[in-house]
Design a protein around this ligand. Structure first.
Ligand code: 4AZ
Length: 409
């Protein structure tokens, strides 16, 4: 029931690109894909490594296993869900360190929650070490007195905390799906599997996808008007259940010919109620290596066939491994059209891909237990064509903008 002349950003250029889509079933491929995602070796002194400039000379199929699609960092952090204690891993040292409360600041809490993919801190305090069972060999990290403010190199390792207090931190929840729980060549989705997926309507029709970042924030790649969350089948939608959008903020550098910076944030009029069907996705950390072949998932209601300009009633999903940017930008693929704000995912043989109507929607990769929004469906030459995988906005590259907007409005 979708019209082929939907206006504006979501569909800009994509209508032109949508020709000759091939269809195959996803099930044949899903089991065999190699999971290749691992955190890179520490890279000291590298703040935010600039992404590679497009290199149109690389050859198709060239091996670039060693080159991350998204880059990573030396320190990692986690929060013990049982007691909310913040734990840190330093370089290649074994084990997790507790974090002394000395010199801790509120802004460090925000930085840490962001690092973990949450938009916000919900709670932080200094917990008494005496209230916590720690073993003799437990080590700690403490904020150095005159550090430069980088989460990576502000720490010193200690055998105890002078204050006797350690950091307890809670961040807004994200990335977990409930236990229950277009894409061309995709498969139908069970409720709760992608609880951050929203359908953005224009008038009475599905227009594009989006993802829940927080109760009141949706990230998408498009202009949009009415948000439906917690939905699998459009047939079940009651128009009055749509959530109105208070404000849409486009990335100021969005370029509608190159589709560079294809991202927008929507502030909802009324915050969502989270449930088994509606939850937030985590953002990626600003430094994390994701390699060629990393198994990520795209979901959406977009076209499922080349010959049918129609969005689907039921949400579909497909496994689409990341493709190295150098390879994707090579002469036989996108020949230098990718900017550093873009990444590719899918298959060189085609067959499985995002398509029109999926744009704005999530490309998520699992990191431990949490699902992170690594990409936003953006464009591609056609859908599921050989050597033309889906192109996604690289969320990790746009985090400073996302944080700035969500804390400002
Ligand atoms: C679109 O027009 C669109 N094959 C989305 C994704 C892709 C192509 C077009 C990727 O919204």
């Amino acid at each position: 029931s979708a019209s082929t002349s939907l206006p504006t950003l979501c569909t800009i250029r994509r209508l032109l690109l949508l020709l000759g889509v091939t269809v195959l079933l996803a099930g044949t491929a899903a089991g065999t894909w190699l999971l290749v995602k691992h955190l890179k070796e520490p890279r000291p002194d590298q703040g935010f490594p600039p992404q590679q400039e497009p290199d149109a000379t690389a050859v198709c199929g060239e091996d670039e296993e060693g080159e991350p699609v998204v880059r990573g960092a030396p320190m990692s952090f986690r929060i013990n869900t049982a007691n909310s204690l913040l734990e840190a891993r330093v370089d290649a040292r074994p084990g997790w360190f507790l974090v002394c409360h000395e010199r801790w600041t509120l802004s460090l809490g925000t930085q840490l929650c962001r690092q973990l993919g949450s938009l916000r801190v919900t709670h932080q305090k200094g917990a008494n070490l005496t209230d916590v069972k720690v073993n003799q060999t437990q080590e700690f990290v403490q904020v150095r007195p005159h550090h430069g403010g980088s989460l990576e190199d502000m720490w010193r390792v200690r055998s105890s905390c002078e204050s006797g207090r350690i950091v307890a931190l809670k961040c807004s929840e994200c990335g977990l799906r409930p236990n229950a729980a277009r894409v061309v060549g995709g498969t139908d989705v069970a409720p709760g599997r992608w609880p951050w997926q929203v359908s953005i309507y224009h008038g009475s029709q599905h227009h594009c996808g989006g993802s829940v970042l927080a109760r009141d924030w949706i990230v998408t790649g498009a202009s949009a008007w009415l948000v439906f969350a917690g939905v699998i089948a459009h047939g079940s939608i009651r128009q009055e259940a749509g959530l109105s959008v208070k404000k849409i903020i486009y990335h100021p550098l969005y370029n509608d010919s190159s589709l560079d910076y294809d991202i927008a944030l929507m502030k909802l009029q009324v915050p969502l109620n989270f449930s088994a069907a509606v939850r937030a996705v985590c953002l990626p950390p600003s430094h994390q290596d994701l390699f060629h072949g990393a198994p990520c998932w795209v979901s959406g209601w977009g076209y499922t066939r080349p010959d049918q300009a129609q969005v689907t009633d039921t949400l579909k999903e497909a496994l689409v491994p990341l493709i190295g940017t150098k390879r994707c930008n090579s002469s036989c693929m996108y020949a230098g059209e990718l900017t550093p704000r873009m990444l590719c995912a899918g298959y060189l043989r085609g067959e499985i891909d995002a398509c029109q109507g999926d744009s704005g929607g999530p490309l998520v990769c699992q990191d431990g237990f949490a699902w992170r929004l690594v990409g936003v469906v953006s464009w591609g030459q056609g859908c599921a064509e050989p050597n033309h995988p889906g192109v996604y906005t690289s969320v990790a590259q746009l985090l400073p903008w996302i944080y700035r907007i969500t804390e400002t409005y």
